[in-house]
Design a protein around this ligand. Structure first.
Ligand code: ADP
Ligand code: MG
Length: 243
């Protein structure tokens, strides 16, 4: 369903993504791990065109984008098909939980306000925050804010949700409720590409774990295989540090 070919990103002289190839099946849950500074966020950001790649092709469903010559219309369509959940939630501080979830539906999908708000209420039910519809981010816990961030991605009905370390900014007490919501989505077979250090989550729900180092996918496999029998020394060394 998603095919990434030769995805390359350079910052100055540094090649941060080195011709990444990756296919993702519909309903597949992929966890990306690897040392800091290795290009994990850049991979997700390039797929969503938050960063413009230097080379490569990104196909999502029937949309195929040559990233070097992507036109605005294609970029907007690619963004519509890929939703992003940020480490720091990235909610609008001056909008309520309901408005944060409805905003993209109104601006990107051009829904009417009543229709978008009705959908946002459904989403708030599903993420267990129906009573927070009119609350502003500052009055919510980190866990609640990130659930709104995930709710916003759910509302978009994107083909894939990209999660960039969604629990890394949270106080420990809120991590489980956010992972719980992500697991619920995984059981519903929402296609997801998740950068995380939560190995328990990877073990429980990932179909495949990718280990990245130096802008490349060094090794990949089902979690039970990758964690117990890593083939590459770099994978072994990384796992020794975090498991
Ligand atoms: P990770 O998410 O694996 O920690 P990143 O994708 O954030 O790694 O970063 C990979 C490399 O690219 C790092 O060396 C980082 O400093 C660099 N980098 C990321 N974003 C930028 C940017 N906007 N400008 C310059 N360098 C960047
Ligand atoms: Mg990162």
């Amino acid at each position: 369903m998603i095919a990434i070919q030769g995805l390359t990103k350079r910052f100055g002289d540094a090649t941060v993504l080195d011709a990444i190839d990756l296919n993702i099946e519909r309903g597949e849950i992929i966890v990306v791990i690897g040392p800091s500074g290795t290009g994990k966020s850049t991979l997700l950001r390039c797929v969503n065109f938050l960063e413009r790649p230097n080379a490569g092709r990104i196909q999502v469903g029937d949309l195929s984008v040559d990233t070097t010559r992507a036109r605005k219309k294609e970029i907007l369509e690619l963004r519509r098909r890929t939703a992003f959940v940020f480490q720091n939630y990235a909610l609008f501080a001056n909008k309520t939980a309901l408005e944060n979830i409805a905003e993209g539906l109104i601006v990107v999908n051009r829904w009417s306000k009543p229709k978008a708000h009705a959908r946002a209420r459904e989403i708030l039910e599903r993420i267990g925050l129906a009573d927070k519809a009119d609350a502003y981010p500052a009055s919510m816990s980190g866990g609640q804010q990130q659930r709104v961030g995930i709710g916003r991605a759910m509302a978009a009905q994107a083909e894939v949700i990209l999660f960039d370390e969604p629990t890394s900014s949270l106080d420990p007490e809120w991590v489980e409720e956010v992972l719980g919501l992500m697991k619920q989505l995984a059981y519903e077979r929402q296609t997801m590409l998740v950068v995380t250090h939560e190995m328990g989550f990877a073990r429980d729900v990932a179909d495949r774990v990718l280990f990245m180092d130096g802008g490349r996918i060094v090794e990949q496999g089902p979690p039970e295989e990758l964690f117990s029998k890593p083939k590459d020394e770099r994978t072994r060394s990384f796992l020794r540090k975090i498991l």
